[in-house]
Design a protein around this ligand. Structure first.
Ligand code: ATP
Length: 145
């Protein structure tokens, strides 16, 4: 089976580097499946749990990404992430707390009270997206917003 090199880097470290069979990501333009020898591509990524398949015999590996960019060449996929974590490195309680904070802000914004004007709704939605990505990557159950 042919493979493609995947390197995921965050501002402080190389999070993941491996020869893989397939990567499924959520880009700003929608879901993309990347196989070896893919055509060159550069795209933005939204917060989500990336899905990595090494080969047919192994289960899918999930990796949380907070956002960033992906560059694809026929031989290599580079993900430059604003933050990315392997499931083992994710603090589930921290992600649940971030999710609760974001949900509360979003609810307040929609209540339309004078306080709501202070809320940056886009920022709250992105924070919720990052928390959801971390909970999905760790297969943690949560109530969908
Ligand atoms: P929080 O509000 O909990 O800080 P956040 O989504 O605002 O969450 P980020 O700005 O995406 O956090 O990330 C800041 C740093 O903290 C990054 O290095 C990221 O990898 C790390 N990080 C954030 N949340 C978690 C988590 N639940 N488990 C492990 N590392 C985390």
């Amino acid at each position: 089976m042919s493979t493609i090199k995947l390197e995921i880097v965050s501002p402080d470290k190389v999070v993941y580097t491996e020869d893989i069979g397939m990567l499924i990501v959520r880009s700003t333009g929608g879901e993309l499946g990347i196989l070896p020898h893919h055509a060159p591509l550069v795209t933005g990524l939204v917060p989500h749990a990336m899905r990595v398949r090494i080969d047919q015999d192994r289960d899918e590996q999930l990796i949380a990404v907070a956002g960033g960019f992906m560059e694809v060449t026929p031989e290599k996929i580079t993900v430059l992430a604003t933050a990315a974590e392997m499931p083992i490195d994710i603090d589930i309680n921290r992600a649940k707390e971030a999710m609760t904070r974001a949900k509360e802000r979003i609810a307040k914004f929609h209540e339309g009270t004078p306080e709501a004007k202070e809320i940056d709704i886009r920022r709250a939605e992105l924070a919720m997206g990052r928390a959801m990505a971390r909970l999905r990557a760790t297969k943690t159950e949560f109530a969908e917003p």
